[in-house]
Design a binder for this molecule. Structure first.
Ligand code: GLN
Ligand code: ZN
Length: 761
């Protein structure tokens, strides 16, 4: 008979208990033992939920106080050199790697594949050696014991050696270190076995990325020796994509007990997997989506599971979540502000446990007996499919009527820039900011008071107006050339728009971990998207009425809204994105009609939406950039379109950036000392560029000289006539004193450069 398994649990806590405990510990309000107590309670909660739902294979060791990659790196004694001689001990030493200390930088943090979770990048060094770190091993051993005490036979989870090295940095070919690392992994597995484990789950998500034959050979050699050295049954877990033929061929030859594949992301690989699977290897079929919030389409899952049963028999089948449940919130049932219809379409972590159990029961029944068992699950899927909320005829016919001309502005960049220059009359090297100004405690407090009814809507709006007026006045005083309203009415650049667009819902408790103690609450994009009424126009009008200088309309772009939401899975992401783009286009045109001469459409997440495999990237870039173009194509040539992106790896994307056809683009550039502008120079970028000249992620105030020299460096690469002067991102996380000081220096640096002869003519 098939069994059920979960690859990992959320860990932030249903009420963000872990976040609170971590922050209290860092603030020295609770002890290490109290923090560990909170962590223990959460683990017990997860295991009980799993065993109450009847799940047979439950994970342990997936829990981390901060990050599972860091825990694994520490387990094998990978420590950044700068953290080595710290006097800190125990947990404080652990958190040094996460948060740094005075003069000591933490580990770099980066996105975990294409999720919104961020992991700490292990720092390797040439000749790196590995050693089993007994105190860190205790985490897995004690969690195994905890599970046993709760009456749960759990399976330890560990990030595998191939992925651990592939995700690291600091050496040219990290995989050269696989052999010594594997030796230490063998010791770890030995310790698990001694602690009573019979199985282990080794996560190797890097196997779903493009890998060279050499890398795959290295992987196969490492696993051959690891498997020869252990008596444990090894489940090799892959997720976030499918295994290509070359990878599958290597994997199939290994004497692993179980192979886990993600059948939500790569259902089309199922037949190839079944054909390749060794005759004694179990298949763990990831049919319940660990990355999204929708109720499982049971018939679709059963059809996949049945294909597997037909090929390998039910005894060799495990019904599993597609990946760890880390990426979804805890409980959909708890969301009382979501209406019943929409609520019935949702499944968060707890509901997904029940779905696994349901699939198992259904798989054992004949079609007739299934009927009653699956009535409810089928009703949910049918209701979602047929609901007018997911099928808005107006939205659909508008999208269907789009023609290529709808994606193009009517004049060339050169013509537009000339007309805009006449209209805007800006000085050389115009100064501006990216949009937000400090989100002070006062602002957050006002928002909270409105939420609990202590401030009426009109009192709150009055408060925000005063904030806008203050921000405009400050910018006038600073002497900036192009102003913004400061975004005090926005808690978040996606949430604000989601709340105003049809087709989005918001949860009360739908937190997912972003990194460490940070959690985000992504909107749920469930239906056809449209814009019932203007979202930003009155704020823009008010702010512009306070100044004679041009003030930018400020919007979030369609790709970023898509990327930072839980998105419907019943149609391609590209179709959903077109709907969002049309809604944003409505807003762009309304801003223009209200008189806005400059409109900025932020696409902070354009780059992070890039698919994991190179072969899928061109298609994504095509539709994603088309969607951006769609938002802006309808404006007059005199209206200047800006966009902003927060990342710096433009080299390989510069052609795509050009295709956005934005008149002005502002980017992060200060940390690379303007080097990234070389890509723009080499490509003869036709538009204007605002390379961020100071890093807003730190409170440090850059000096006029420093900013001036960065501008000079920029001018060596891009003609002055094409350059803007701005910070590298929004200022919302900064406080006012450093904001004023930094912008004062920014304006002074721009003035000095204007007086100096251009570096490049
Ligand atoms: N306009 C936004 C702001 O200034 C952009 C934020 C972002 O790029 N992440 O806050
Ligand atoms: Zn940014």
């Amino acid at each position: 008979m098939a069994r059920t398994a979960v690859l990992g649990f959320p860990r932030i806590g249903p009420d963000r208990e872990l976040k609170r405990a971590l922050e209290a510990y860092w603030a020295e309000q609770i002890t290490a033992a109290e923090l560990e107590g909170v962590a223990y309670d959460l683990r017990a909660l997860h295991l009980r939920a799993g065993s109450d739902a009847g799940i047979e294979v439950l994970p342990v060791g997936d829990f981390a106080l901060y990050d599972q990659v860091l825990d694994t790196a520490e387990l094998v004694s990978i420590t950044a050199e700068r953290h080595r001689d710290s006097q800190a001990v125990g947990l404080d030493r652990h958190f040094l790697a996460c948060r740094g200390a005075d003069q000591v930088a933490p580990l770099e943090m980066t996105k975990w594949f294409d999720t919104n979770y961020h992991y700490l990048v292990p720092e390797l060094e040439p000749g790196q050696s590995f050693e089993l770190n007994a105190p860190r091993l205790a985490k897995w051993i004690s969690q195994l014991q905890e599970a046993r005490a709760l009456g749960v036979a759990a399976r330890p989870v560990l990030l595998g050696p191939f992925s651990l090295l592939s995700l690291g940095k600091g050496v040219t070919d990290p995989l050269e270190l696989l052999e010594p690392l594997t030796t230490v992994y063998a010791e770890v597995l030995q310790a698990f076995a001694e602690a009573g484990a019979t199985e282990v789950q080794l996560d190797e998500p890097c196997l779903v990325l493009d890998q060279s034959p050499d890398a795959l050979d290295g992987f196969a050699r490492a696993y051959e020796s690891l498997l020869a050295a252990t008596g444990l049954e090894v489940c090799l877990a892959t997720y976030f994509g499918g295994l290509d033929d070359a990878t599958l061929a290597r994997v199939a030859k290994l004497p692993i007990a179980e192979l886990h594949v993600d059948l939500v992301r790569a259902p089309e690989r199922l037949d190839a997997v079944l054909a390749a699977l060794g005759s004694r290897t179990r298949l763990s079929a990831g049919v319940v989506d660990g990355r999204n919030v929708w109720a499982n389409d049971v018939d679709q899952s059963l059809q996949r599971l049945e294909r597997a049963v037909a090929a390998i028999g039910s005894d060799r089948l495990t019904i599993a979540t597609s990946c760890s449940l880390l990426h979804v919130p805890y409980s959909a049932a708890r969301e009382k502000t979501i209406d019943e219809e929409l609520g019935s379409w949702l499944a968060f972590a707890y509901e997904k446990l029940d779905e696994l159990a349901l699939l198992k029961r259904a798989l054992n029944l004949g079609a007739a007996e299934r009927e009653t068992l699956l009535t409810d699950a089928r009703r949910r899927i049918a209701s979602r499919r047929a609901s007018p909320r997911t099928n808005d005829a107006t939205v659909r016919s508008r999208a269907a009527a789009l023609t290529p001309a709808d994606y193009d502005r009517s004049a060339s960049m050169d013509e537009r820039l000339a007309l805009q220059a006449q209209r805007l009359q800006l000085p050389e090297l115009p100064t501006t900011t990216i949009g937000s100004f400090p989100q002070t405690t006062e602002i957050r407090e006002a928002r909270r008071k409105r939420r609990i009814g202590e401030l009426s809507e009109s009192q709150y709006l009055e408060f925000v107006r005063a904030q806008v007026a203050e921000v405009v006045e400050q910018q006038e005083r600073l002497g900036l050339d192009v102003l913004v309203h400061g975004e005090p009415e926005r808690n978040d650049m996606v949430e604000y728009f989601g709340e105003r667009l049809a087709g989005f819902a918001f949860t009360e408790f739908g937190w997912v971990q972003s990194y460490g103690s940070r959690a985000v609450k992504p909107p749920i994009l469930y239906g056809d998207v449209s814009r019932p009424q203007p979202m930003t126009v009155s704020w823009w009008q008010y702010a512009q009425s306070l100044t004679n200088k041009p003030l930018k309309g400020m919007l979030t772009g369609p790709v970023t809204i898509l990327q930072w939401s839980f998105v419907r899975d019943d149609q391609p992401r590209s179709e959903t994105c077109v709907q969002i783009a049309l809604a944003i286009e409505d807003e762009v045109l309304d801003l223009e009609a209200a008189g806005a001469s400059i409109i900025q459409i932020d696409e902070a997440a354009l780059r992070e939406g890039l698919p994991l495999r190179a072969a899928d990237q061109a298609h994504y870039l095509r539709w994603a950039i088309d969607c951006f173009r769609l938002t802006a194509a309808g404006v007059r040539s005199q209206t200047q379109i800006h966009t902003h992106m927060c990342y710096s790896e433009f080299g390989e994307m510069i052609e795509q950036i050009v295709r956005l056809d934005a008149d002005v683009i502002s980017i992060e550039a200060s940390r690379s000392g303007m080097v990234l502008l070389e890509a723009f120079r080499d490509f003869a970028y036709p538009g204007q560029i605002g390379p961020g000249i100071y890093d807003i992620h730190s409170p440090r105030v850059p000096s006029v000289e420093e900013l001036e020299s960065l501008l000079a460096l920029a001018e060596e690469r891009i003609p002055r006539s094409q350059l803007w002067v701005n910070p590298d991102c929004g200022l919302k996380t900064r406080a006012w004193p450093e904001t004023k000081a930094s912008l004062t220096n920014l304006v002074a640096a721009a003035n000095r450069r204007r007086a100096a002869p251009p570096s490049l003519t």
